[in-house]
Design a binder for this molecule. Structure first.
Ligand code: NI
Length: 159
């Protein structure tokens, strides 16, 4: 495993749509392991493959620090409610901004064995799912920020 360089806002790779994963390969397995290590090292709760420069539809999310979700080719199939709160991104270190997201989402994805599964989340997990899936279509939370970006305080985490 290795920690990969996190691409920052302004890097063109973060604006491009990602391609679906069609089969699990040793290279993709290594990418996923590296994404997890990179996310944990940066104290993030989520990371999308384009953030490490790879245009594939893969995200990792861990909002509890205990149990990571690996989502390949994820899609949101249901959402409801609304939450408005601070959001950050490992590709925009030191910044945070207010974004409104659904309070509940259900996503379908493939796991690391390429088996389909469903992931339901509320609050932070719902927010992280929306945030990471946006990355796969070349979007960042700054496009949705209400008001100005703020400088982050020490206890906030990035996605
Ligand atoms: Ni992000």
């Amino acid at each position: 495993m290795a920690i990969r360089n996190i691409r920052e806002y302004g890097d063109e790779v973060l604006t491009k749509p990602c391609k679906e994963v069609t089969e699990m390969t040793p290279r993709i397995r290594e990418l996923i392991e590296d994404m997890l290590e990179t996310m944990y090292e940066a104290n993030g709760v989520g990371l999308a493959a384009p953030q490490v420069g790879v245009l594939k539809r893969i995200v990792v999310i861990d909002t509890t620090g205990e149990d990571p979700y690996i989502l390949i080719n994820p899609r949101i199939v249901e959402s409801s409610g609304e939450q408005t709160g601070n959001e950050g991104c490992l590709s925009l270190p030191g910044k945070t901004g207010v974004v409104t997201r659904p309070n509940y989402v259900k996503a379908v994805a493939l796991d690391s064995q390429m088996k389909p599964f469903e992931l339901e989340g509320t609050e932070l997990l719902a927010r992280a799912i929306c945030h990471e899936l946006d990355h796969l279509d070349g979007h960042m939370y700054v496009e949705k920020v209400e008001g100005e970006l703020q400088n982050v305080t020490y206890d906030e985490e990035g996605e």
